[in-house]
Write a protein that binds this ligand. Structure first.
Ligand code: MF3
Ligand code: CO
Length: 265
């Protein structure tokens, strides 16, 4: 069953998603070579609790941390560890929060220092594809239209779309119906209605689309070990244009002042 949210609920969802966006911006402020992914996680947890939020991923189905930190060939659900980031790495930071009973969920992929041109292109196209999806996240369009828009943008650029992992509805639960694939056929799938709230999160690979799960039971990485990128926004479906509940604005402002994040998309 797909829940339709009231205007009030959408404002509550905006509040929790904005806190996620601010948390990701905090991380954007401290990313640098040598920092461990676990220290990013500690920082995020402290910031969230200081702002009266509850980490949304921590203990969710047994997940052990506040952030998912997925480096290079890791696609999503990378578990924070004592791994030290190094120049040339890319890292998807995915954060979920519960605030006032509603979930926020958003992700951004950062480049540490200089990265290869083809990886820079991967980041650029993946982020663009999220916005291609958002463009069709309006009443009357279908989920297949959304998936198609993302898939076309990425495949035209020679990239591949992960199939097994998808976006989702968002509300009082982190994962609600519907599933939101990043591939699809125009005119297929359920019709979007005003008041649906979904997370759109393309996971796009530089090489082949196949993924494998690491032995930790969480981390998903590309089967060919080539890099993967991931961006996520929460959006409320509306009549003429999607109401984007999370934002990259705080993150990108912080990136401006972080000399280690000189690659801007
Ligand atoms: N944004 C991811 C997702 O939606 C993160 C979930 S991590 C988990 O699906 F630990 F909470 F599962
Ligand atoms: Co999500």
């Amino acid at each position: 069953m797909i829940l339709i949210k009231t205007e009030e609920e959408i404002e509550l969802l905006r509040n929790s998603n904005l806190l996620v966006s601010k948390t990701l911006a905090e991380i954007a402020g401290i990313l640098k070579p040598g920092i461990t992914t676990l220290s990013l996680d500690r920082h995020a947890e402290e910031y969230i609790r200081d702002n009266k939020g509850i980490p949304g991923f921590l203990n969710y189905k047994g997940y052990p941390n506040t952030l998912c930190t997925s480096v290079n060939s890791q696609v999503v659900h990378g578990i924070p560890s004592d791994y030290e980031l190094k120049e040339g790495d890319i890292i998807s930071i995915d954060c979920g929060i519960i605030y006032d009973g509603y979930y926020g969920d958003s992700a951004y992929t950062f480049a540490i220092g200089e990265i290869d041109d083809e990886v820079a292109e991967l980041l650029r196209i993946t982020k663009e594809s999220l916005f291609k999806g958002i463009e069709v996240a309006i009443e009357g369009k279908r989920l297949g239209d959304l998936g198609y828009a993302i898939q076309k943008h990425c495949e035209d650029a020679g990239l591949s779309v992960v199939r097994e992992m998808v976006g989702h509805g968002l509300g009082k639960n982190l994962h609600e119906a519907p599933e939101v694939p990043n591939y699809g056929k125009r005119g297929k799938g359920i019709k979007l209605k005003k008041g649906m709230v979904i997370c759109i999160e393309p996971m796009i690979n530089l090489g082949r689309k196949e993924i494998i799960q690491q032995k930790d039971g969480w981390t998903i990485r590309t089967a060919d070990n080539k890099p993967s990128a991931h961006f996520e926004h929460a959006v409320a479906i509306d009549k003429d244009r999607a109401n984007v509940l999370s934002t990259f604005e705080y993150i990108e402002n912080k990136m401006e002042n972080n000399m280690y994040l000189h690659f801007k998309i």
